[in-house]
Design a protein around this ligand. Structure first.
Ligand SMILES: *Cc1c(COP(=O)(O)O)cnc(C)c1O
Length: 358
């Protein structure tokens, strides 16, 4: 029986994505070859990668002058590639959690890092506000959704310097004004597909700002732009699956519909948490993530967490254990998760609550 998959990553994928990718693993179209066997330079794969790029441009309404790249190394490698290419003197970062900290750590290897604000004082449970972005920074880096602590920046901010966003865990969940960003990136496995490919959307004029001359070939964005993400063999199967995700998003009604679904699922679960006598949310209300919904049991019920986990497991609910830095529970409600799964989780929370409050 298929589970209700609340995993934080890799994420739940729609039926059509798994079915069509499975078929292509057996045979891509009528090529007589698996997607795992075709040449990445063949016409058949070219059609796949070109359609994937076109779908990104169409669905995210990416303006002219941007490139869409498929790279290796996960979002984690972008933490290093970004400063390697673009940090000439000083870069600004917003510290909103574990992933932001990872990006800051790498940037410090390449130059001066100005952390404009941090929410570390309260275990990253909110998004800092009222900070100033230095106008002499080479770029400003933000993490739009903090997968571990469940906070999210839902607005496209105005920025006086090139804005670079790690959107690993909320890309494709709402319409985005791409023109406000110099670069958007994400590991595919949170909302775009399976692990194995990283998507980078980069404004081409950002490449003109690169002055460092000792960047290794595979870490240069310019090389990947010039070679259409084929400087080396790209992860063809993962890219195929991303195409299927984009086809699914489009068929469902695009980002407006993803936005509506995300809000409906988040409202349902946060309302249940707020009405509960047993559970309590961990993130500041105004900054709550719609993708990763974190909650714990109130202190007097803390010893019952294992029992609740058991009950959810018996209902086929998977992946709701919270990250060890937050504890409790995290329900990741990525695009492909159906609201019925959230309803089942809510019903299970209510059932558990009744069983322990007499
Ligand atoms: C998971 C995650 C990463 C790391 O992604 P990898 O592709 O595993 O390197 C980076 N940033 C955010 C926001 C994430 O959720």
């Amino acid at each position: 029986m298929r589970k209700h998959i609340f995993n934080a990553g890799p994420c739940v994928l729609a039926d059509s994505v798994r079915e069509n990718t499975a078929k292509a693993v057996l045979e891509l179209e009528n090529t007589g070859m698996s997607i795992m066997e075709v040449s990445h330079r063949s016409k058949d794969f070219e059609a796949v990668i070109n359609e994937t790029i076109d779908l990104f441009k169409e669905i995210l309404e990416i303006p002219d002058g941007y490139s869409v790249l498929f790279l290796g190394g996960g979002a984690s490698l972008q933490f290093a590639m970004i400063p390697f290419n673009f940090l000439n003197k000083k870069a600004a970062y917003l510290n909103t959690g574990t992933w932001a900290k990872g990006a800051i750590k790498e940037a410090k290897l390449f130059g001066e890092v100005d952390v404009v604000a941090t929410s570390e004082d309260k275990n990253f449970s909110y998004i800092p506000k009222g900070y100033t972005i230095p106008s002499d920074a080479d770029y400003f880096h933000i993490t739009t959704n903090n997968t571990i602590v469940g906070t999210e920046i839902l607005k496209d901010i105005d920025c006086p310097v090139p804005l670079i966003a790690d959107m690993s865990s909320d890309i494709l969940s709402r319409p985005v004004d791409v023109s406000k960003y110099a670069m958007i990136y994400g590991g595919a496995q949170k909302n775009m597909g399976p692990a194995g490919v990283t998507v980078v959307i980069i404004r081409n004029d950002l490449l003109e700002k690169v002055t460092r001359t000792n960047i290794p070939t595979m870490l240069k964005y310019q090389i990947h732009v010039d070679n259409g993400s084929m400087k080396n063999t790209p992860p063809c199967t993962a890219i195929f699956a991303v195409r299927e995700v984009l086809r699914w998003v489009k068929k469902m009604g695009g980002l407006k519909e993803m936005d509506r679904r995300a809000q409906a699922k988040a409202d349902l679960l946060y309302n249940a948490i707020d009405q509960s006598k047993v559970f309590v949310g961990t993130a500041a209300k105004e900054d709550r993530s719609r993708m990763n919904i974190c909650f714990v049991m109130k202190d007097e019920y803390k010893d019952k967490e294992a029992d609740f986990m058991e009950l959810t497991k018996s209902k086929g609910i998977a992946g709701i254990k919270g990250h060890r830095s937050v504890g409790g529970f995290r329900a990741s409600c990525y695009n492909a998760l159906e609201i019925e799964s959230v309803q089942l989780l809510v019903d299970t929370m209510r059932e558990f609550e009744k069983s322990i409050i007499k």
